[in-house]
Design a binder for this molecule. Structure first.
Ligand code: PRP
Ligand code: URA
Length: 671
């Protein structure tokens, strides 16, 4: 796992004023989405199923429960889940508010059961049950299933006889502001586009006289939220269970995805420590508690994870205080009354993006996992799920109703288990399972331990094998290259030439194949390189400067490109392009980049290649900084580094000293 420099570590507590400000930032981040869930469910049902105060309180309580279950090791905020908007609405129409709440509690219980099974047998079975081809369409259904609600809130549905232009104007204005903040917002603003959209739309609605303000005037300053309890407010019934519970399959996968993303952000593998069993347990008990008190199901909030990513403040103390503030807000009668006066048109405006945004995330799951739709199996699974989920399917079995979305989840899981797989897919799956196994601490037998020891020995050997070209001519050429008076033409030629030297060095261990040849004088057996086994991968832009030299040596190697640039402020690599030969897995890959500075770009390029299944990688650079070497050897001890020189250090802007300046700019003459 990447080591990440955090501004505040998971268990660090900030000073009081800073603590409150940081917590409020999290409250802002979660607020828009958390209050939208009750508003949208009620609007879909046409009566009150959920209330904003209870949603705020249960999200706060849920977050505190989660922190306890994960022993304060995972900085996650839990808010109301969008995935359950339609199921809760359909469940409430079918079996009343009590039926919907029972369904939510069952979702919590499912989480807890899954957590217990994971504690006993591990988590590989989950990815078999819920592969991307099932999860992607399911997320799309969740988003697109909500589309009609957005349209009717905007006031432009087919059932509208007379359009209220003021409302439509507010909806469009809200949409535009939300979109602009998403596109142009910087820093924290970028995390709260929906909240900004709602506030802006609300102000316009107020000006146009569309806000009914009397509930705010009538409300008391403090009021106890309308909690509803089983056996007190209703008798639990299983009638809506099959409408709501199957969605847990999808949200569990979402839970794993969110924790994987957060692990990368904070540089700690949360799936190992505190462990997926504990995070799921926390989410499950939180969701059960929410249902118990009359609130919506909880989920880990992407908005809050983004805040952690941006601020690098991973303190659970901050998240915990945000949870307490959310609970207190739920008791502020005037405040929650104000929130309830948000006109439908405003909600329609944000929903226009929000629901599509959820659907687009489903598409992202399919694309990022390269789900292959030339395979009939994948087409059958995704198509049937989409049609069942969006076509309004409802199956009534006795008193139990299974609605479209749940039916789609069940059918998707079953088809995935039953339809035969093609050979390559099974190999891929085995590989994924192995990777996952490496991620969990499992008891190993003697042979496996011996193999591990051998691997470690090999790694140590690799570490010792950082190769620095040690040759007077190389030193000579480097001195010209470093000189700021060297012009673009000569600079390019030298980068290419040194690239060629590095290639010779990197190919020292190449295995040659025996061939029979005939010289002008006689037949002789000789040895040749099978050039089809290699690929070069320059990191754009500067890496392409070395490419020429390598192609001269191995002209038949295939070439891929990875586009990345360093963010000038964070020095983190930003990806913008990735295109590699289709058979890259089977090739030895030589990554080319003149500069190994912090090591961020190089390491990220290697991760991308490893994700493609590449196992043999070498990294060729002209100048390496000690910091970059250390990072690369830590993250990728299996990748051998070849360089022409190791320099002293990095300066405060991340440039190598003495270095040669910005390699890309000098090769392309851009500065
Ligand atoms: C340079 C260089 C490496 C990276 C090294 O590229 O070519 O890719 O910086 O820095 P790091 O190891 O600390 O991440 P840059 O981002 O300037 O892009 P460019 O090649 O397009 O100029
Ligand atoms: N990238 C460069 O091009 N030069 C450096 O010194 C560091 C990163």
């Amino acid at each position: 796992m990447n080591e990440v420099k955090l501004a505040l570590d998971v268990n660090e507590k900030p000073p009081v004023v800073k603590w409150i400000i940081l917590a409020l930032q999290h409250v802002f981040a979660m607020f828009g989405a958390t209050i939208l869930v009750p508003i949208l469910v009620n609007s879909a049902v046409g009566s009150t199923v959920l209330t904003i105060p209870v949603a705020l309180v249960t999200s706060g309580i849920g977050t505190l429960i989660y922190i306890l279950c994960t022993k304060g090791r995972s900085p996650v905020y839990l808010g109301s889940s969008f995935a359950f908007i339609t199921p809760i609405a359909v469940g409430a129409i079918k079996a009343g508010v009590g039926g919907a709440m029972t369904g939510i509690m069952i979702v919590g219980i499912i989480y807890v059961i899954v957590a217990i099974i994971i504690s006993i047998v591990g988590k590989e079975w989950l990815s078999k049950l819920l592969p991307p081809v099932v999860i992607g369409p399911m997320i799309m259904i969740i988003g697109l299933g909500l589309a009609p609600t957005a349209i009717s809130e905007m006031g432009i549905g087919s059932d509208i006889t007379a359009i209220d232009y003021k409302s439509v104007l507010v909806a469009i204005f809200t949409f535009v502001i939300t979109a602009v903040v998403m596109l142009k917002g910087k820093g924290f603003l970028k995390v709260i586009p929906f909240l900004i959209g709602i506030i802006s739309g609300y102000v316009l609605a107020l000006i146009l006289g569309l806000v009914e303000f009397s509930p705010v005037l009538e409300a008391s300053f403090f009021s106890i939220p309308d909690f509803i309890l089983p056996f007190v407010s209703y008798i639990p019934t299983l009638d809506a269970a099959m409408t709501i519970a199957p969605i847990a399959l999808v949200t569990i996968a979402e839970h794993i995805g969110d924790h994987t993303a957060l692990s990368t952000i904070i540089g700690k593998n949360l799936l190992k420590d505190p462990g997926l069993n504990r995070t799921l347990l926390g989410d499950g008990i939180a969701t059960f508690a929410a249902g118990l008190l009359g609130g919506p199901a909880n989920t880990t909030y992407g908005e809050n994870t983004s805040v952690v990513g941006m601020t690098k403040i991973a303190s659970v103390w901050v998240i915990g205080l945000a949870a307490i503030i959310a609970i207190l807000l739920g008791f502020l009668g005037k405040f929650t009354a104000l929130v309830s006066t948000i006109p439908n048109a405003v909600l329609g405006g944000v929903s226009l993006i929000l629901y599509g945004f959820i659907a687009v995330n489903g598409l992202k799951v399919l694309i990022e996992n390269r789900v292959d739709f030339s395979k009939s199996r994948n087409v059958i699974i995704a198509s049937s799920m989409l049609v069942l989920g969006l076509g309004g399917a409802v199956i009534n079995i006795s008193t139990v109703t299974v609605s479209g979305m749940s039916l789609a989840a069940i059918v998707g899981v079953l088809l995935n288990l039953l339809l035969p797989k093609e050979k390559e897919e099974m190999i891929e799956e085995m590989k994924d399972n192995n990777e996952e196994k490496n991620n969990t601490e499992e008891v190993k037998n003697e042979d496996e331990i011996r193999e591990d020891v051998e691997n470690i020995k090999e790694e140590v050997k690799q570490k010792e094998e950082l190769v620095v070209l040690n040759h007077p001519l190389v030193e000579h050429k480097l001195s010209i290259l470093r000189d700021k008076n060297t012009g673009t033409k000569e600079f390019r030629e030298l980068v290419s030439e040194l690239g060629m030297f590095l290639c010779y060095e990197a190919m020292k261990d190449a295995v040659l194949e025996d061939v029979e040849i005939e010289t002008p004088l006689q037949k002789v057996s000789a040895r040749r390189l099978n050039e089809d086994k290699y690929a070069f991968l320059p990191i754009l832009r500067a890496g392409t400067g070395m490419l020429d030299g390598l192609i001269k040596v191995i002209p038949n190697a295939k070439i891929g490109h990875i586009g990345m640039y360093r963010d000038e402020e964070t020095l983190e690599p930003v990806r913008y392009f990735f295109k590699v030969p289709a058979d890259i897995k089977s090739r030895e890959v030589l990554i080319l980049d003149p500069m190994l500075a912090t090591g961020g770009s190089g390491c990220d390029a290697i991760w991308q290649l490893k994700k493609e299944g590449v196992t043999k990688i070498k990294f060729l650079c002209l100048i390496a900084a000690p910091e970059g070497i250390e990072k690369m050897q830590k993250e990728h001890p299996d990748v051998k580094i070849y360089c022409a020189a190791i320099d002293e250090k990095l300066n405060e802007s991340g440039y190598i000293l003495p270095g040669l300046g910005d390699a890309g700019d000098r090769i392309f003459g851009t500065k």
